[in-house]
Write a protein that binds this ligand. Structure first.
Ligand SMILES: Nc1ncnc2c1ncn2[C@@H]1O[C@H](COP(=O)(O)OP(=O)(O)OP(=O)(O)O)[C@@H](O)[C@H]1O
Length: 305
């Protein structure tokens, strides 16, 4: 059953159309990504879901509520990550969590939440002294302190180093494992590919496609390429006649095999049957980025990365 339904959402700021026509549904328990370049309308869309902005037309329903008219009820069930500027610099981690817990009738246990988010050691540290990753973890804690059914996470890992990004991704998976539905706004392909069950590609205020990451990739490229150096000479026709193989070419000592299906398995087992080992084996597969370029006709602008 969908927990969020967005239908023909349209929102403009003066003459700027931020969201032209966006429709999607989010199912209970999934991580739903909203992926698109800067200015695509992602934040405006989730702000309409959070009741922070009123759509000019179209409808948004969240757990049966209208986010604008039922904002009070909505805040009890939707946890939003707060912007950094919303916290005073000298508040400590524990004070911030206690403060936000006081807004809710059935808040999470602050000590448990801090432990789960790896913040226990930082409980008495002031906000301004936290690292980027720690601030991010605190903002996730504040989004979860009300025990929401839905958490909206916007640009979660922007500005974080690679390790902190991976830690944050694990955290998001832990949150989902608790049964929280997650709406994740991002312009990072790897993040979307790793975390999202389904995602909406948004460009210019419109939905370009909605699918699983694998489904989106599969729409634009069903072929894979294997490159390797055979450990002993091999007749190309042995590979070229395999059912999954569409093409075999040579690049010096290397073979480049293109095909579909379970290509690596087919090729490696065939080589083994001829006592040949594939040395320096590398596989190239289309990525979400390739899918984005193919579906929108342009590369993702990552200036804010
Ligand atoms: N408060 C505002 N007033 C005027 N224009 C705005 C406002 N907020 C957003 N916009 C414009 O609306 C368009 C969509 O912005 P939005 O922030 O929703 O996109 P986004 O996909 O979240 O982008 P980003 O990844 O850069 O945050 C942009 O052209 C932006 O400049």
């Amino acid at each position: 059953m969908p927990v969020i339904e967005v239908t023909n959402l349209h929102k403009r700021y003066g003459t700027t159309v931020a969201v032209d026509d966006v429709s999607f549904t989010v199912e209970e328990g999934e991580i739903f990504g909203i992926l698109g370049p800067n200015g695509a309308g992602k934040t405006t869309t989730v702000e309409c879901i959070e009741g922070l902005r009123r759509p000019d037309s179209g409808t948004v329903t969240v757990l049966g509520l209208d986010p604008t008219s039922d904002r009070g009820q909505l805040r009890q069930v939707v946890g939003a990550q707060l912007q950094e500027s919303e916290l005073p610099e000298n508040i400590t981690v524990a004070e911030a969590i206690d403060l936000y817990a006081s807004f809710y009738p059935n808040p999470a246990d602050p000590a448990e939440l801090m432990a789960e988010l790896g913040l226990t050691e930082k409980r008495d540290t002031r906000f301004e002294k936290l690292s980027g990753g720690q601030k991010q973890r605190l903002s996730i804690a504040l989004a979860l302190v009300g025990n929401p059914k839905i958490a909206v996470l916007d640009e979660l890992t922007t500005g974080l180093d690679p390790q902190a990004r991976r830690d944050t991704w694990q955290l998001v998976e832990k949150v989902r494992a608790r049964g929280v539905t997650i709406v994740l706004v991002t312009h990072f392909m790897d993040e979307a590919e790793r975390l999202c069950d389904r995602l909406a590609l948004i460009d210019g205020g419109r939905v370009v496609a909605i699918d699983s990451p694998a489904g989106l990739i599969g729409r634009v490229a069903s072929e894979q390429t294997l490159r390797f150096r055979p450990s002993s000479p091999l007749d190309e026709s042995v590979l070229a006649t395999l059912p999954d193989v569409t093409d075999v070419t040579r690049d010096g000592a290397h073979y480049i095999v293109t095909g579909t299906g379970n290509l690596p398995y087919t090729v490696v087992t065939t080589l083994a049957a001829h006592d040949v080992v594939a040395a320096e084996l590398r596989m190239d597969q289309a990525s979400l980025e390739d899918a984005f370029v193919a579906l929108t006709g342009r590369a993702l602008d990552v200036e804010a990365a």
